[in-house]
Design a binder for this molecule. Structure first.
Ligand SMILES: NC(=O)C1=CN([C@@H]2O[C@H](COP(=O)(O)OP(=O)(O)OC[C@H]3O[C@@H](n4cnc5c(N)ncnc54)[C@H](O)[C@@H]3O)[C@@H](O)[C@H]2O)C=CC1
Ligand SMILES: O=C([O-])C1=[NH+]CCC1
Length: 322
């Protein structure tokens, strides 16, 4: 009988660990700069100007984390009983292209996106990180609060959301969790949230501008995570005053045309910083990591989860479709 190996969200959650996810994500970002990754610009299907379908194929050439895979992500922002963003990865045998497993990737997407921001923060703003400001209070906001407070010594993590109640609910949850020593607070305005912030994360994908240059510290690092067809959550003046980094050129040329159109020249990929082929700015300046998300990060994560699952479950027959 044919059997399909499906690794579900609960099992994926059991196997995730921040140090490992950071290592795998950093290696995938580095592999992009070393030309050991294949990923074209992804396909983004506009279902109705709000709901989106992303198809993200990639291949990562790496002894430990190498993989061939394709992630399919749906983003239905109005979902209430289901997560707005849901994803699955089809993992294939690198040598033959045969199907190996289908892996639930909603958690993977959250974790590797936050880990990519942590990697970017490590290379662009590794010191004096006291205040973290997060714009938005959805899945990405929550996972960034958890991840960045795990890797950096923030004293305070502030959250702003257009619906303040949701921000208050999220910070109550984070404070109750007790895993982090820092204080989580909700703010009534974007301006009060970002004032004096050392690191900032934007997670709304809003098509109206939320973030103004005059509110920001002169050397704040921004992880710009929101992605939508018309994402404008950061004002053009902020980009013009900043050193802007990307995760991969193929995606940036396709999905960040609006920034190229206003004359922004990207300084390079985060992987280039990891390899040392480019250096972070020597002068005090605002830095932005314009995160789109990469298929090869998902390939690396899928390989990690598959290997851990097989090892820990004593799976003897690794073939999926017989
Ligand atoms: N860079 C990357 O690798 C990834 C980026 N994303 C993007 O991150 C964003 C957030 O994803 P999730 O947290 O899963 O979504 P979510 O739906 O759980 O959270 C979105 C948050 O943004 C707020 N928001 C939405 N529209 C807004 C507006 N016009 N003004 C102010 N606030 C607004 C919502 O109130 C909510 O707090 C999306 O744009 C998604 O496409 C998601 C996964 C990976
Ligand atoms: O990389 C990713 O998975 C996504 N980026 C934007 C929405 C989903």
């Amino acid at each position: 009988m044919d059997t399909l190996m499906y690794i579900n969200e609960n099992r994926v959650r059991e196997l995730l660990d921040w140090d490992k996810v950071f290592e795998v994500t950093e290696k995938a970002m580095e592999a992009v700069a070393r030309n050991r990754a294949i990923q074209n610009a992804r396909s983004v299907t506009d279902l109705n100007q709000s709901n989106l379908l992303f198809v993200m194929p990639g291949r990562l050439n790496d002894n430990d984390n190498g993989a061939l895979g394709c992630k399919i992500v749906s983003y239905f922002p109005q979902n209430t009983n289901l997560p707005p963003l849901m994803a699955n990865i089809v993992l294939m045998d690198d040598a033959t292209g045969a199907l190996q497993a289908v892996i639930a990737a909603t958690e993977i997407t959250a974790w590797r996106t936050a880990a990519a921001s942590a990697v970017a923060t490590k290379y662009l703003h590794n010191e004096n990180n006291k205040i973290l400001a997060i714009i938005g209070a959805g899945a990405q906001a929550k996972i960034h609060a958890v991840c960045l407070s795990y890797f950096f010594k923030f004293e305070e993590v502030r959250v702003w959301n257009r619906n303040e109640e949701r921000a208050m609910k999220l910070v109550a949850e984070l404070n109750d969790d007790g895993k982090s020593k820092c204080r989580f607070t909700a703010c009534g305005s974007v301006q009060s949230c970002v004032a004096d912030a050392d690191v900032l994360v934007t997670t709304t994908g809003a098509d109206d501008t939320l973030l103004k240059l005059e509110w920001l510290k002169q050397d704040v690092h921004i992880n710009a995570v929101g992605v939508s067809l018309n994402c404008r959550e950061i004002d053009d003046e902020v980009y013009k005053a900043s050193n802007v980094y990307i995760d991969h050129w193929e995606g940036a040329r396709d999905e960040l045309k609006h920034l190229l159109d206003i004359g922004i020249q990207f300084k390079g990929q985060i992987g280039d910083l990891i390899c040392g082929s480019i250096k972070p700015p020597s002068e005090k300046s605002i830095t932005i990591f314009e995160s789109l998300g990469m298929a090869v990060e998902d390939c690396a994560m899928a390989r990690m989860i598959y290997d851990l699952h097989v090892e820990k479950s004593n799976v003897t027959d690794k073939r999926v479709v017989k």
